[in-house]
Structures are given as structure tokens and as C-alpha cells.
Design a protein around this ligand. Structure first.
Ligand SMILES: Nc1ncnc2c1ncn2[C@@H]1O[C@H](COP(=O)(O)OP(=O)(O)OP(=O)(O)O)[C@@H](O)[C@H]1O
Length: 307
């Protein structure tokens, strides 16, 4: 049996479905993970993503989840076009399914290529998607950088619904550092707060990767806690802007998903207003503001050491 890292479909390979008799032509590999490989393919002049797996039961379960969510929440634009098996020239049979091709690069690459200033807007798009999923009683489960693709203008999409789980069930698939249990902050039972927690860890990871890495490497499992994450956030300008949101998400204090979305939006608006106000100041006033800022910092320092 071929193992995940042995399978390699060359450009131009034709995938012919055993049962549905549809034909797909491979363009290139989009990505791979523990459950399979995802290829860009074309079919009747349209581009799609084809996920080919190694375990029939796992892939079928994933396809069933996609089908269910697509039906219940059309606003997520999930498409499941075909589910079938293919017999490769090696004689081996593999299950596959066809879904919408999501354009973009991973969120980590996007922030590196553009700027971390895009993070609040990308975060908003993601929270909107998560909230749509929560509305129908499902969580995404495996919120992590590799499962977020970002295209032009910071438009973010979730890929890999393999971890999607109905409220109340045990989370089907998760990645350690984004997991609430890993931080001794709650169970692995699916509720909307689970996704929001992972999103908060993701925020810290995207903006302070080294500091987060140091904590996960150095601290003993029993000593890991959300205060480690909040301490990092306090000392980062971008994270500080959304600190009230991170605090609530990490403590599991949001009452529903829409509340979290509304808070993120209002923090974004506040930040935007501040930026606009500073940009509108005449140059001489900006200088004065900078000087008074420095004076304020100095005064605060003197006040501190005087105590
Ligand atoms: N619909 C899609 N459009 C474009 N790229 C995709 C799509 N689905 C998946 N990918 C790419 O393929 C990669 C691997 O896919 P996926 O995460 O589904 O595999 P996996 O085996 O379930 O991975 P993991 O082990 O992380 O769970 C993704 O990280 C993403 O880069």
C-alpha cells in the first residue's frame, strides 16, 4: 500500500472516477497532510481541488461532514462536487473527493509577504466564517495557520473541514498548541468557545511566533496556562489592540459567537478611528503630540520610580 509521502500525481495525470465516471486532470499539488493530498485539477474547463486519501473510512467521513455543512449553511460556499475512488496505474485504489478550489497562500505566508497590519482584517473574515458555522451547531475544530488561506485584499477562507464537529461531541481533529486542553483551559468537547480559544492562540502565534514557541518548548505541561498567552499579548502592539477580545476568548467568557464577532468589529473600528484622527492632525501638531507623548512617558516613569 502506498504511504502518504510515496504518492505523487504528476501534472497531466488523469483521475477517472470508478463509479461516477468523471474525469479530472491534475495540474499541481496544493498541499498535503496526515489524511491525504490535495491537488489542483481541471474538469470541463473549471478548476477544482481534489483530495485523495489513504483511508476510505476517514475520507468518506470527511466528505459526509462537508456535504452536511454545505447543505445547512450555503453561505460558507462549501462545494462537494464528487466523491469516488480511483484506480491508479500501480493498481492501487484510493478514495477521493472534489471540492471548491480556494485560491490563496497560508495566512503565515500572507502576513510575511504583505504586512502584519492585515491581521485584524483577516481575523474579522475568519470570525465571520466561524460564526456562520456556529450558527448551525458545528465547530471547525482544527483552527490553525495551515488551514487558513488568504487571497487578495485579505480575504480569508477555511480549508480542511476534517475536524468539524457537532456541538456536544468530542472534537474530531485538533492540533496540540491550538487546543484548549493543551493549555489546561477546558475540555475537548465541541462548543463554539473551543474555536474562539484556538483563534486566540493563532493570533498570538502569528504575531509572536518565537515567544509562543519558547513557551511550548520550555514549560511543563502542568504549568502551561492562558496567562502565558496573555502575557505575550500584553507586550505586542498589534495584539494589545485586541487584548479585550483575547482575554474573553481565552477565559471562555463569550456568551455566543456573534458577541465575539461584534467585539472584534468594534475594536477594529476604534483602532481605525484612532489612526484616522492621527493622520488628520497637521504636521506641527503631530510633532507636538509626539513630544507630549514622550513627556507623558517620562512623567509616568518618574512617577513610578518615585513610588
Ligand atoms: N479546497 C482547497 N483549495 C486549495 N487548497 C487546499 C484546499 N484544501 C486543502 N488545500 C491545501 O492542502 C493542504 C492539505 O489539505 P488538508 O488540510 O485537507 O489535508 P490533511 O491531510 O487533512 O491535513 P492535516 O494533517 O493538517 O489535517 C492545506 O493545508 C491547504 O494548503
Amino acid at each position: 500500500m502506498t504511504t502518504p509521502n510515496q504518492l505523487q500525481l504528476e501534472r497531466g495525470t488523469t483521475i477517472f472516477g470508478k463509479w461516477q465516471k468523471q474525469k479530472y486532470v491534475v495540474e499541481r499539488l496544493l498541499g498535503e497532510g496526515a489524511n491525504g493530498q490535495v491537488y489542483l485539477v481541471h474538469h470541463k474547463r473549471e478548476q477544482y481541488a481534489l483530495k485523495i486519501g489513504f483511508d476510505v473510512v476517514d475520507l468518506q467521513a470527511e466528505a459526509n461532514v462537508l456535504r452536511m455543512i454545505a447543505k445547512q449553511q450555503p453561505e460558507l460556499y462549501i462545494q462537494l462536487l464528487d466523491v469516488d475512488d480511483v484506480q491508479l496505474p500501480t493498481g492501487e485504489s484510493h478514495p477521493f473527493y472534489i471540492m471548491r478550489f480556494v485560491e490563496g497562500v497560508t495566512v503565515t505566508q500572507f502576513l510575511q509577504q504583505q504586512s502584519v497590519d492585515w491581521f485584524p482584517l483577516i481575523g474579522l473574515h475568519l470570525l465571520e466564517k466561524l460564526s456562520k458555522l456556529h450558527q448551525i451547531g458545528w465547530i471547525f475544530g482544527d483552527v490553525k495557520a495551515d488551514n487558513i488561506l488568504v487571497s487578495k485584499y485579505g480575504k480569508a477562507e477555511l480549508v480542511d473541514y476534517g475536524g468539524a464537529t457537532e456541538f456536544g461531541k468530542s472534537v474530531r481533529q485538533f492540533t496540540e498548541i491550538y487546543d484548549r486542553g493543551y493549555w489546561n483551559a477546558g475540555s475537548r468537547s465541541a462548543d463554539f468557545k473551543y474555536d474562539l480559544f484556538s483563534f486566540a492562540v493563532l493570533a498570538v502565534q502569528l504575531l509572536e511566533p518565537e515567544k509562543l514557541n519558547a513557551i511550548t518548548k520550555q514549560s511543563l505541561p502542568q504549568n502551561r496556562s492562558i496567562s502565558n498567552l496573555l502575557d505575550i499579548a500584553e507586550n505586542n502592539g498589534q495584539l494589545k489592540q485586541v487584548a479585550p477580545w483575547l482575554h474573553k476568548a481565552l477565559h471562555g467568557q463569550f456568551v455566543h459567537s456573534e458577541e465575539s464577532l461584534a467585539l472584534w468589529r468594534s475594536l477594529l473600528r476604534q483602532h481605525h478611528r484612532k489612526k484616522v484622527a492621527v493622520n488628520r492632525l497637521p504636521l506641527w501638531l503631530k510633532g507636538l503630540a509626539a513630544i507630549s507623548g514622550a513627556m507623558l512617558a517620562g512623567a509616568t516613569f518618574i512617577w513610578f520610580i518615585g513610588l
